[in-house]
Design a protein around this ligand. Structure first.
Ligand SMILES: [Zn+2]
Length: 456
């Protein structure tokens, strides 16, 4: 592969030695970043590289999403019949658990494809998905993996095991996770080793998992050498259920059942108390904050700063909202200030850390069981992944490494992303998607979603 030299832009490296290089350039060699520096120097040193002009815009790492649900794509624009749901349990029962039961494998494929196009368009280069389709479980993760591989982004997949639909659905969910994890060492070995696809063991949430199921999954995950991806204390009802049935809070119950650990993701953690935060920190479990979803479901404000202070790695996800992670960052920045009536809450640099540094740690821990040489994400540095985006953003005020978070929050948005590269390969150039046919994907999704809405 010819080296690619991307220059004539402001390189925002992020990472440990975060420094913007004005009039900078990045040399991409295969799937990694080989060199960074001033544009003029690199052009002289690498005359044979293919030169790509960033037109004075920004060159920065791709966005990362540490918790999502591709299967939710067909809910866009859907009206729930009857009175609006009054609480989280009603939202699950009347929307999500009705929708997921109707999904066929074709719907799952079309939903994933919609999310792929959305991700590439918004410069999101690595995502962690959590799938549910209780009446079409077998092979569902292969279907999603097919869509991911076609698109060319990185993704970690999981099937959510849940007891909510009876014993055979529970068993099929377990089989699907274990079958897919196994396939990453066999049929999909090459892609997995290259750090393009990974898996974690999906679990729905404490309230939907019996002691026997938790025990079975803990053993399965340990045998497969992977961590778990589970919703934790998203709503207060999850805590009430665990305390009522097991006299333990949710994260304490999961700790006691060996679900927490350095490869595990606890999504949400809205209602965790200091004891549970201690368990998350001690076990090096990752937490993932999803502010748009939390606001939409009115479940509460996650104690993100408390978790971060206690040493928990808190990443950022979208929980099925659009793949525009800049919107998620802006929401995170605003939510905590309003909820705490304190403008000092959730500083911009913490938002930036969650979105890049912390999310990169989540990705490292879920991909590393399958990819021994998984590259650094969320930063542009020598040897890091060539996962980057070009933005048509000409800063109207001075831009430095210190003030960059506030450019992201107040100035930059998804529409500025004009090119997306993953593992050294362009997935979008000048707003043209190169690996997927967006018009076909949207036409197919419109057809299938309409049919699904009618079945609902
Ligand atoms: Zn979720």
């Amino acid at each position: 592969m010819t080296d690619i030299l991307i220059g004539n832009g402001a390189v925002v490296t992020l990472g440990n030695d975060n420094r913007p290089i004005e009039q900078g350039a990045v040399l991409v060699h295969n799937d990694r970043i080989a060199v960074l520096g001033p544009d003029a120097d690199l052009r002289q040193q690498h005359p044979d590289a293919q030169y790509v002009d960033a037109n004075g815009g920004l060159i920065m790492p791709g966005f990362l999403c540490a918790h999502t649900h591709f299967y939710g794509a067909f809910a866009r624009g859907m009206a729930i019949p009857g009175d609006p749901p009054r609480n989280f349990s009603e939202i699950l029962e009347r929307l999500w658990w009705r929708l997921d039961k109707l999904l066929t494998l074709e719907d799952t494929r079309a939903s994933a494809e919609m999310c792929m196009a959305d991700a590439i368009r918004h410069g999101t280069t690595c995502v962690v998905d959590h799938h549910a389709s209780p009446n079409a479980i077998e092979g569902s993760l292969d279907v999603i993996a097919g869509a991911v591989e076609q698109a060319g982004i990185r993704a970690c997949l999981a099937y959510e095991v849940s007891d909510r639909d009876g014993g055979s659905v529970t068993a099929n969910g377990i089989i699907e996770n274990e079958r897919f994890i196994h396939s990453l060492g066999t049929a999909r070995r090459q892609q997995a080793a290259a750090g393009m696809i990974a898996a974690s063991y999906g679990l729905h949430a404490s309230f939907a998992l019996s002691p026997a199921t938790l025990e079975r999954c803990a053993a399965g995950g340990a045998a497969a050498g992977v961590g778990f991806h589970i919703h934790v204390a998203e709503d207060i009802s999850d805590e009430n259920d665990s305390i009522g049935q097991y006299a333990m809070r949710v994260a304490d119950r999961l700790a006691a059942n060996h679900i927490l650990g350095p490869h595990s993701i606890a999504a949400h953690c809205v209602h965790v108390n200091s004891g549970e935060i201690g368990h998350l920190a001690e076990t090096h479990t990752h937490s993932v904050h999803n502010p748009r979803s939390n606001m939409n479901n009115a479940v509460g404000r996650a104690p993100v700063e408390e978790m971060a202070r206690a040493g928990v790695n808190v990443g950022l996800g979208n929980d099925g909202f659009s793949m525009n992670m800049l919107q998620e960052m802006k929401t995170a920045y605003l939510l905590h200030k309003l909820a705490l009536a304190d403008p000092r809450a959730m500083p911009g640099d913490l938002v930036l850390k969650m979105a890049f540094q912390h999310n990169a740690r989540v990705m490292q821990s879920v991909f590393s069981p399958f990819s021994a040489d998984f590259p650094q994400l969320g930063a542009l540095s020598i040897g890091a992944a060539a996962d980057l985006v070009l933005l048509d953003y000409l800063p109207p005020t001075p831009l430095s490494s210190d003030n960059f978070p506030w450019h992201l929050i107040f100035g930059i948005d998804g529409q500025h992303v004009n090119s997306t590269m993953v593992a050294g390969r362009w997935l979008m150039r000048n707003r043209q998607l190169l690996t997927v046919d967006e018009a076909r994907i949207h036409a197919r999704a419109r057809e299938l979603s309409q049919a699904l809405w009618q079945r609902m």
